[in-house]
Write a protein that binds this ligand. Structure first.
Ligand code: CUA
Length: 635
């Protein structure tokens, strides 16, 4: 405990601020370049032209609102999956269907992707991601790598950060509020009433096992803490969900000072099977349209595990026996034992309560405190009995033995200031202890300069031997938080939508069916795209008409997507082979407007074009095109 006490002294806000700043400016001035054995690393990561990677890497795009797909070990970026943000490259957010899914939002803040699981292992069906900003969750279908559903806003949640971790059979994806607010949303209460009137919630979004459809299942009312990260129990801890929390001081103002006063914060342990039962028994109140369990009225649902102060990560080990929590402001990581937790609950071994929620006796539920290093954040696990904890302040990864003895066996510096880390399958029951990815917050000096806005860095580290070995640096658009890695052979993506599975009632497959129909001011255009023409090649409407274009790409050949862009009308979509997409707009500008294929598809791609002719009318006799203008940029 000696080190713990020393670090605790440091930890009083100002000290840690200095530590963190020192570590930032230190690397900004003089980048410390680490290299491994260059030749061995080159061979280990080189994927020769025509060869394929071994793993898919899905990493969150943070405030870009997207998911990035890369291969491991090459770390080559292969695709972007737009989720909460329009993406012109694939026309996402431009056609009627995806525009409706985005619900008018221009962005989301994607933090923690989670692959769906069956019996505690990845089943390769779906990828879920959270939107921290607009309180949503989304489902990507891994059959075609497309976002199929966005659910939200999740009631009562304000900053859906502790999400989308899944339970072992994808019964639920987890959701939790980061910022406590008065409930239901829209209620006003002065900030002075934060500690008493503001509320947090944690909960589960149910996933239909057949369709993947998401719906809100249960929520638990919590004290006004800031809930941070989550993890689903498995094996002996199946049926439990865990969330870390900070600001258990219930403080406001400068949290760097006000929320770091206590020696310990909490991990909330929620018995979700009991929560399910409580909802069935009607033991909930409806808040903001959600079924919310109040632990004061319904005990036995949630317990608080004291944890080192200001914890970030909480991670359940692959065998489900251990729950590992790290406090950013202490150098130790605590290993809690599920058997001891269940015993303490049964024997009511509590040291107090928070708004009626029992606080478990810290000494009775822990197996070990591991002195991992400065600024421990997240922990991942391999298949050989070792854990790996990211150290933000120390800018390193510590490898430690899941003991006894519980001791650090290796450490590797990273460039720089690591956030999350990821071992393939670490959150399943069967990790693949081959690589750890360091998802770092800073990259200065590791790449050619690109001006003040710098990318983040991702480092691939070999963990097959006793010593961790740095293999490769890659740079990513902002901002990877967590990631998921799955073996390539676990996914079987399609490359063409078969004609049979296209259920769009407005799909057409024969040019004879293409054409224009009018009903009052509503004009419907059914169009076919196939190498290298659109049918019809022109259509006419009246100014002010409401135009709906159903575009079917009748190709059944891989790689034969067609785009549809319309000049001056801000229209841009993409139809993959066999796909139908819908565009809706008002033809408010008179004149003649070209449409063309935006995606290179054949030798005569450039000839794939047509015209929309808009007759003046409806009171507006002249064209109303915008006058040229320019706006000054910054600086
Ligand atoms: Cu169709 Cu280019």
């Amino acid at each position: 405990m000696g080190t713990t006490m020393n670090v605790k002294r440091f930890a009083v806000s100002a000290g840690v601020a200095i530590l963190i700043v020192a570590s930032y400016s230190g690397c900004a001035r003089k980048p410390k370049i680490q290299r491994g054995d260059t030749a061995a690393a080159a061979i280990a990561t080189y994927v020769a032209p025509g060869d394929l990677d071994e793993f898919y890497l899905f990493y969150s795009g943070g405030q870009s609102g997207s998911i990035f797909v890369a291969g491991i070990p090459s770390l080559r970026h292969i695709a972007t999956i737009p989720v909460f943000t329009p993406y012109p490259a694939t026309g996402y957010g431009f056609d009627k269907e995806t525009k409706a899914m985005l619900g008018g939002h221009l962005w989301g803040d994607v933090h923690h992707p989670a692959l769906s699981q069956t019996n505690g292992d990845y089943d390769g069906r779906w990828l879920f991601v959270n939107d921290n900003a607009n309180n949503r969750v989304a489902r990507v279908d891994l059959r075609d790598f497309k976002t199929k559903e966005i659910y939200g806003p999740i009631p009562n949640v304000s900053g859906n950060h502790g999400s989308t971790f899944v339970t072992p059979n994808t019964e639920y994806i987890l959701t939790a509020t980061r910022f406590s607010v008065p409930l239901p949303k829209g209620t006003y209460a002065p900030i002075e009433q934060y500690a008493t009137t503001y509320k947090g919630v944690v909960g589960g979004v149910a996933v239909d096992p057949k369709t993947g459809h998401m719906s809100l299942a249960w929520q638990v009312l919590m004290p006004p803490f800031d809930f941070d990260l989550g993890s689903g129990g498995k094996g002996p801890s199946d049926g439990w969900a865990f969330w870390s929390s900070y600001n258990t001081e219930r403080a406001t103002g400068k949290l760097e000072v006000t929320s770091t006063q206590r020696d310990r914060d909490y991990i909330a342990a929620v018995n979700w099977k009991a929560a399910e039962q409580a909802i069935k028994n009607g033991k909930f109140k409806t808040i903001g349209g959600a079924k919310v369990i109040d632990p004061k009225d319904t005990p036995g649902i949630v317990f608080l595990m004291p944890c080192s102060k200001s914890p970030h990560g909480v991670d359940v080990s692959p065998d489900g026996k251990y729950i590992v929590g790290s406090g950013k402001l202490q150098s130790i990581t605590t290993v809690f034992n599920i058997d001891k937790i269940l015993n303490a609950i049964q024997n009511k071994n509590f040291t107090g309560n928070e708004d009626g929620i029992p606080v478990l006796n810290y000494d009775a539920i822990k197996d070990a405190e591991v002195n991992v290093g400065l600024g421990p954040l997240h922990t991942q696990f391999d298949d050989k009995g070792y854990a790996y904890t990211s150290l933000f302040v120390e800018s390193a990864i510590a490898k430690w033995r899941m003991g006894p003895p519980w001791d650090v066996v290796d450490k590797i510096p990273v460039a720089y200031n690591i956030g999350h880390l990821c071992i393939p399958g670490s959150d399943t029951m069967h990790p693949v202890g081959k690589y750890v990815l360091a998802l770092n917050k800073l990259s200065h000096g590791r790449h050619i300069s690109v001006g003040p806005t710098q990318p983040e860095s991702t480092q691939l580290i070999d963990i097959t031997g006793d010593k961790m070995k740095l293999l490769y640096d890659a740079f990513t658009e902002p901002e990877p938080h967590y990631a998921q890695v799955i073996r390539v052979d676990r996914l079987k993506p399609i490359e063409v939508y078969s004609k049979e599975e296209n259920k769009d009632p407005n799909a057409i497959w024969d040019v004879k069916d293409a054409g224009v129909t009018r009903n009052g001011k509503n004009v419907i255009v059914k169009m076919i795209a196939v190498r290298s023409t659109f049918t019809p090649t022109s259509f006419e409407v009246n100014q002010g008409d409401h135009v709906t274009v159903y575009l079917t790409n009748i190709e059944q050949t891989t790689n034969e997507s067609h785009g549809f862009g319309m000049v001056d009308y801000d229209i841009n979509i993409l139809m993959d082979p066999g796909e139908t997409r819908t565009i809706e707009f008002t033809a408010d500008k008179s004149g003649v407007y070209a449409y063309y294929c935006t995606k290179f598809c054949s030798a005569l791609h450039q000839e794939m074009q047509g015209y929309m002719l808009v007759k003046p009318g409806g009171g507006a006799k002249t064209a109303s095109l915008k006058k040229p203008s320019s706006a000054p940029g910054g600086n």
